[in-house]
Design a protein around this ligand. Sequence first.
Ligand SMILES: [Zn+2]
Ligand SMILES: [Zn+2]
Length: 175
Amino acid sequence: MSDALPPLQGGCLCGQIRYEATPTHRDGYYCHCRMCQLAFGNTRAAFLNLRKDQVRWLNGPPAYYASSKIARRGFCGHCGTPLSFEFLDGENMDLSAGSLDDPGQLRPNEHFGVESRIAAWHVDDGLPGSRLDANANIMQRWRAAYGEGAEPGLQTLRRAGGTIAVPSAATKDSA
Ligand SMILES: [Zn+2]
Ligand SMILES: [Zn+2]
């Protein structure tokens, strides 16, 4: 008998991109960073973090764009639904919580990027929050890519010329 959680299914609005995800938990989190706000066209993003090898794209991978020098975001090339976020060098990735067939399966447990959280759109829910620049891994990645002293976030991105608007060449999933 296995105590493994059943797989989660999800996909985009038009149905062209579908995935199966096998995380070992049901924790979700919010990211309030300005980059996620823009990438989702929303006041915040909601994510499920899991290992890259725990995601299987059922009809082929999504389209990707490089949202910074160090990360790419997956989306449906037909309808535009934001589907994923990942650091290029990381073992983990995020799926957008809203792209799950049943987002209610997740429990949000944390607020990330609280330095740009929009007060008027946030009701205190008692969950812990942390800043982007309090995460040592993220700071290290940003400074390796954008220079010593660079702060992670939209301003650094803009100063460096913005996002790279062409789809990333490295779109092949190893899985
Ligand atoms: Zn679609
Ligand atoms: Zn973010």
